[in-house]
Design a protein around this ligand. Structure first.
Ligand code: GDP
Ligand code: IMO
Ligand code: MG
Length: 423
């Protein structure tokens, strides 16, 4: 059995949580492989709305096992809150939510370091979610990090104190003002650790490979998006993990030849939260309309998301880097009522027209070149089958498929689990 992947192809918030929830019925195991509580994955069903940060989006299904893989970074405080918020569902977390011993832990001082780093950068800041993601991955690759499995070791406390002390010195080095109560942060951290220890820790690479040998099906759930990938994203305005397909191999311990379908998910337009270049960004009424109708506010930080037209140059790039085999288009309903739609099909790059995603997409180098489409006025949100979709939307879809050369198999027409059209 292969592992199928579901990944965001833009700057995150494409609707990964919703689609993983929709697809979970087809899988035995849902596994997160990278990122941490910088993610906010929204699920809406039966009148409930849930935002998950670390817990995989298969958690609401009775049968699926959810795995937090080695590539994920866990903040025990946020994790405890997530578990507490799901109290009403009577989920047996001990048997349904399994945690890799090799996943790294976000310490309270990692979060402080994130804030200090951003403050020190001033106008150049990344616009981080301030969840301590960068500093935690830095400690991982710097070989100083603490892992879930360390909680079972005798020298845990000693190692925790040593790393915390080092972080406090580093915070001083930044020379910025930070107000914090370390005692309070540590008390909360300890409560989080106690809760985490009540879950089941596993060697997730062993678990997943055995499950596959036994014929079980696995869906790997990406976080963030391809344009936030530490290598292929708009560096340095990226996150600190491999958000692209290769991250599923390193973040779960599954070999490349075990990867099956790669589902690539994108919005019918584009959004970005935080700093960094965004060629098709709109600063006019069209952008405001997308933000308003699409309720474009970050699920983790509540910050307004920047909005713009669909960028096919970037989409092709993401499809290539990930080896996407099927596309899913989200939020087509938000574009209902625009007379004209635009999609960017090439860039003017320092005076030359190019159709690949270059090293640098800063506005001084790149201006988007657009194709125009007739919009549709129909409300899509109650539609349930592909036959009902308006012709102008079908033309829009056909154009994207032709440009990208991958079929769009799901069209999402609203945030609810049910508002999902299969093609
Ligand atoms: P994720 O991080 O990729 O899981 O996406 P988020 O949950 O951060 O952001 C997606 C937002 O769009 C959430 O508020 C979803 O409820 C919402 N959403 C998902 N699909 C659709 C859709 O097809 N139409 C509309 N209008 N909203 C959607
Ligand atoms: P999901 O999984 C959208 C952005 C931040 C910032 C940059 C670095 O919900 O799609 P970090 O906290 O990782 O240091 O922030 O990445 N970012 C996201 N944007 N969706 C996300 O996750 C994101 N996770 C991080 O806004 O620009
Ligand atoms: Mg999100």
């Amino acid at each position: 059995m292969a592992v199928n992947l579901l990944l965001g192809l833009q700057w995150g918030d494409e609707g990964k949580g919703k689609i993983v929830d929709v697809l979970t019925g087809d899988y035995d195991i849902i596994a997160r492989f990278q990122g941490g509580p910088n993610a906010g994955h929204t699920l809406i069903f039966d009148g409930y709305k849930h935002v998950l940060h670390t817990i995989p989006s298969g958690i609401f299904h009775k049968t699926a096992i959810n795995v937090v893989g080695n590539g994920v970074v866990i903040d025990p405080v946020i994790f405890k809150n997530e578990l507490d918020n799901l109290g009403q569902f009577n989920i047996d977390f001990k048997s349904k939510l399994l945690i890799s011993r090799k996943a790294h832990l976000i310490l309270p001082t990692h979060r402080l370091l994130d804030s200090a780093s951003e403050k020190a950068k001033g106008k150049e800041k990344i616009g981080s979610t301030l969840k301590g993601i960068g500093p935690t991955y830095m400690d991982k690759t710097g070989r100083n990090g603490l892992r879930v499995g360390d909680l079972e070791m005798n020298d845990w406390q000693e190692r925790y104190e040593k790393l915390t002390k080092k972080h406090l010195k580093m915070i001083e080095f930044y020379g910025v003002e930070l107000n914090f109560d370390l005692k309070e942060l540590q008390d909360n951290f300890e409560k989080g650790i106690e809760r985490l220890k009540q879950l089941t820790f596993i060697d997730s690479e062993e678990y997943l490979n055995n499950a596959m040998k036994n014929g079980e099906t696995v869906l790997a759930e990406g976080a963030q998006g391809s344009l936030l990938d530490v290598d292929f994203g708009t560096y340095p305005f990226v996150t600190s993990s491999t958000t692209t397909a290769a991250g599923a191999c390193t973040g779960l311990g599954v070999a490349p030849n075990k990867i099956g379908e790669v589902f690539g998910i994108f919005k019918a337009y584009t959004t970005r939260v935080g700093s960094g270049p965004f060629p098709t960004e709109l600063f006019d009424e069209d952008g405001e309309r997308m933000a308003k109708v699409g309720h474009e506010f970050g699920a983790t930080t509540g910050r307004p998301r920047r909005c713009g037209w669909l960028d096919i140059v970037a989409l092709k790039y993401a499809v290539q880097v990930n080896g996407v085999t099927q596309l899913m288009m989200m939020k087509g309903d938000v574009l209902s009522g625009f007379d004209t739609l635009k999609v960017c099909t090439s860039y003017n790059y320092n005076g030359n027209e190019i159709s690949h995603f270059p090293y640098n997409i800063e506005p001084e180098n790149v201006t988007p070149i657009y194709s125009k489409f007739k919009g549709w006025s129909e409300d899509l949100t109650a539609m349930t089958s592909a036959d009902e979709l308006p012709q102008n939307l079908l033309d829009y879809i056909a154009f994207i498929e032709k440009e990208v050369n991958v079929p769009i198999k799901i069209v999402s027409v609203g945030p609810d689990r049910k508002q999902t059209i299969l093609r």
